[in-house]
Design a protein around this ligand. Structure first.
Ligand code: UTP
Length: 297
């Protein structure tokens, strides 16, 4: 069965990015030319996703507007001969259907996914975090590779993982592979933020998942954990403990995860995307070089 639906949770408060996120969603922050969530949708499109269910909340309506077709703006650009800008709105016409539901209280990522239960029903689906881009300029087919593995096995959960420096495992959910930790591996457990010497691997959860509907029952049974939130990782652990099959798929070296959830990685991501912009990158590169040389003097 081929999966064509993705849940994209975008309902979080984004407190780590205050004050930038006081009155705008973090998922709408610009990285280079586009808002984060546009990269997420374009990446999902590359992997064959055709239906997107956003889990939104108060203050996130600009996301809905972003994916609407703005006929007035299109006519204005056409009438004034701005063909180049018209091209920038091509994403509006992407072969994608959009659906929206609200998470009325921010009780965590697991709870956000559970909000989709009655809409998604009894079909497998993808979850893609709305604040994380996979691959430079979202050139990644990770979700297609995960769906392919899901279809070829009887797994109930497939999780994307990224190799991180050993010292950084303390910040992430870390895979405990049943054996090895190759491009695709069987998942025994996920350990949340382990100490460096206790980490079972250096593979960190990377913002993309494929689930069978069994995850909904696991989420219903998951009690609030850290910060009073229902954690998606806890529900995955429960599934694995119950004997459901889990797989990990590792990002390639060209396919890093860009996390927009905190300023450190947001700034780095912006700089990297802007420096590699085909039109503006070369001049920006020169400007940054001069700036750094001036600083060193
Ligand atoms: P985060 O774990 O970064 O949480 O969310 P957050 O609340 O957005 O940010 P901070 O910690 O306050 O800075 C990861 C993804 O899950 C969504 C977010 O919108 C983001 O895309 N999320 C998180 C929800 O949809 N609902 C929640 O209750 C929590």
């Amino acid at each position: 069965m081929t999966i064509d639906i993705a849940i994209v949770p975008v309902a979080g408060h984004g407190t780590r990015l205050l004050p930038a996120t006081k009155s705008q969603p973090k998922e709408m922050l610009s990285v280079g030319r586009k808002p984060v969530v546009q990269y997420v949708v374009e990446e999902l499109g590359l992997s064959g996703i055709r239906r997107i269910l956003f889990i939104t909340s108060r203050g996130k309506t600009s996301i809905e507007q972003h994916f609407d077709i703005d006929e007035q703006l299109t006519s204005y650009l056409r009438e004034t001969g701005r063909e180049e800008q018209l091209m920038d709105l091509e994403f509006e016409r992407q072969a994608m259907e959009y659906f929206y539901t609200r998470q009325r209280r921010q009780l965590g990522l697991g709870h956000a996914v559970l909000c989709a239960r009655s809409l998604v029903g009894n079909q497998p689906f993808v979850v893609a975090l709305g604040d994380s881009i996979i691959g430079l300029h979202a050139q990644s087919d990770i979700v297609a590779r995960m769906i392919e593995r899901f279809d070829a096995t009887n797994a109930d959960v497939v999780v994307a993982f990224e190799r991180v420096p050993r010292a950084e495992v303390v910040h992430y959910g870390i895979a405990k592979p049943r054996c090895g930790g190759a491009a695709v591996f069987e998942l025994e457990d996920v350990i949340e933020k382990p100490a460096v010497d206790e980490a079972p691997s250096d593979l960190a959860v990377a913002a993309r998942y494929v689930f069978s509907p069994a995850i909904f029952d696991a989420l219903e049974k998951t009690l609030p954990g850290k910060g009073g939130e229902i954690q998606l990782t806890d529900a995955i652990r429960l599934l694995l403990k119950q004997g459901h099959k889990g797989l990990g798929v590792t990002l390639t070296d060209e396919e890093r995860r860009f996390d927009i959830g905190n300023f450190d990685s947001y700034f780095r991501t912006f700089v990297e995307f802007a420096l590699s912009d085909v039109q503006y990158g070369p001049a920006l590169r020169q400007f940054v070089r001069e700036l750094l040389e001036r600083e060193e003097r």
